[in-house]
Ligand binder design. Structure first.
Ligand code: ZN
Length: 492
């Protein structure tokens, strides 16, 4: 049994002015052929799970291409077509194949196609022929379309946020494709989309409402006729027709059961919708929380400029707040500012500098901040995550500098990345457990590593395109009415 494996994923924020071109994918690393497994074999990723299944069940995995890029603006037509052509050519030249395993995100938008994941699946199906089954993993923040469901034999979404089960879901996909190839399974899927598009600050699966929703998911998956249940919370800033929450129930050949169960579960998601709102403190409340804490660290997270939601990463708001509050022993990750990094590299470590930091990409992420400080450390910005999320995965921040400004150490990088792992600090000689305030740009993924060491977590929302305030974004494509944009959204 010979099965193709590939990953081609991106989470696209239509409101970002930073296009996602081929160079953006190259920065995260484009892996090809056997090199894919050399790089990803022992990582917490779907590809590693595909290989786990191949090892356990004795099928041959043929890796073709594995590539992703940090969330950002529209994927260029050239980038998507180039990468997809490589995948399609790899399928064509692989000889006799029995199945295809794909790692997709589910919220990719390209210049020439809104439902880029559906398009990828369609092109892959055309290349492989109608009798070759396709099973794909999806992110919990996918905007799942009917086309995606139709073009795949089975879609398996992550069940966790932070996404710590990527390898397990990859394994599940690998097991599923063997059952489909052997014709034990005849998957029939129903997709139901309640008209709701929540933002993700309250979407973590350790807490309600997602905790309650996934309890139902797992109970349904214990039913013998049910092969998989996927709930995706959606990714609003992709602004696509089929944005928002998706529920897929896949049964073994029972179409009406799939529809009934998917409808019920979608109704349950709808009934819990108000719980997705809120969870964000004002800057004044954050100041009070810092004043009132004991040992620390307090983890302060700005959700307005989150690189993994497509923020440019160059808002200086966290630093401005910490300096104004005269907080000592704090660190900020990250402010993306290639110009400042170059300046610090030329100045050298230990040099006093005066510069204008951040706020340079557009006029949506606040003003630059004028700071005086010294260059504490310089690095190539390369490190490996310790996990749990993305354990073993290499991160490339680009060349980086730690600036010390009064009591605050600020990590300035060439590339935008979301800090999800303690090693982003340790790589730069900063011990996060010893800080009073750890200031991060993020939304939920930071929790896997930072919540266990935090006395308290406080979310705030600075300027930017990635926060909970959807009123800042001018939606044009998503179907209306949809909650919470429209009061008249209703679900039967
Ligand atoms: Zn996600």
């Amino acid at each position: 049994m010979r099965v193709i494996a590939a990953e081609l994923s991106h989470e696209t924020n239509r409101f970002s002015v930073v296009p996602t071109d081929l160079a953006a994918f190259e920065r995260s690393g484009i892996h090809r052929g056997e090199e894919i497994l050399q790089v990803l074999r022992d990582t917490a990723t779907p590809i590693a799970g595909f290989q786990d299944a191949a090892d356990a069940l004795g099928f041959e995995l043929i890796p073709v291409i594995a590539v992703w890029a940090t969330p950002s603006g529209m994927v260029t037509e050239h980038a998507l077509e180039t990468l997809l052509q490589e995948l399609v050519d790899g399928i064509a030249s692989a000889g006799q194949i029995d199945g295809i395993l794909l790692g997709l995100h589910g919220a990719m938008v390209a210049e020439h196609v809104d439902d880029a994941d559906g398009y990828i699946l369609r092109r892959v199906q055309q290349a492989a022929g109608p009798n070759v089954p396709i099973v794909a993993t999806l992110d919990l923040h996918a905007n799942i379309s009917q086309q995606m469901v139709q073009q795949a034999d089975l879609l398996i979404g992550f069940d966790t946020y932070p996404h710590v089960d990527q390898r397990e879901r990859g394994m599940e996909a690998g097991q599923a494709i063997v059952r489909i190839i052997n014709e034990d399974w005849n998957p029939v899927s129903a997709l139901v989309k309640p008209p709701m598009m929540p933002t993700s600050q309250n979407m973590t699966t350790a807490t309600d409402p997602m905790h309650a929703i996934f309890e139902r998911v797992h109970r349904l998956e214990d039913t013998p006729e049910v092969l998989n249940v996927t709930v995706a919370g959606g990714f609003p800033p992709a602004d696509v027709e089929e944005g928002g929450v998706s529920v897929i129930v896949t049964t073994n050949g029972d179409e009406s059961l799939a529809h009934t169960l998917a409808n019920d579960l979608a109704g349950f998601c709808w009934s819990r919708r108000e719980e997705f709102l809120g969870g964000v403190s004002s800057w004044d409340e954050a100041a009070d929380a810092i004043a009132g804490m004991k040992r620390g660290p307090l983890v302060l997270v700005d959700i307005g400029d989150n690189p993994w939601t497509g923020g440019p990463g160059d808002s200086a708001e966290l630093l401005r707040f910490l300096l104004t509050q005269r907080v000592r022993n704090a660190a900020v990750a990250i402010i993306r500012d290639p110009e400042t990094v170059r300046f610090c590299l030329e100045a050298g470590p230990g040099t006093q500098v005066e510069l204008s930091l951040g706020g340079k990409t557009d006029d949506l992420h606040g003003e630059p901040i004028d700071v005086r400080g010294y260059v504490q450390t310089l690095s190539d910005g390369q490190f490996v995550n310790q996990g749990p999320m993305h354990a073993g995965v290499s991160v490339n921040l680009g060349r980086s500098a730690v600036l010390r400004c009064d009591g605050v150490q600020v990590l300035v990088t060439e590339h935008a990345e979301t800090p999800i792992d303690l090693n982003i600090f340790r790589r730069h000689g900063i011990e996060p457990t010893e800080l009073r305030v750890i200031a991060l740009k993020g939304k939920g993924h930071f929790r896997a590593s930072f919540e266990p060491i935090a006395e308290r977590v406080v979310l705030v929302e600075g300027p930017g395109i990635t926060g909970s305030d959807l009123g800042r974004l001018r939606f044009e494509r998503v179907r209306r009415p949809i909650w919470p944009l429209d009061d008249d959204a209703a679900f039967e």
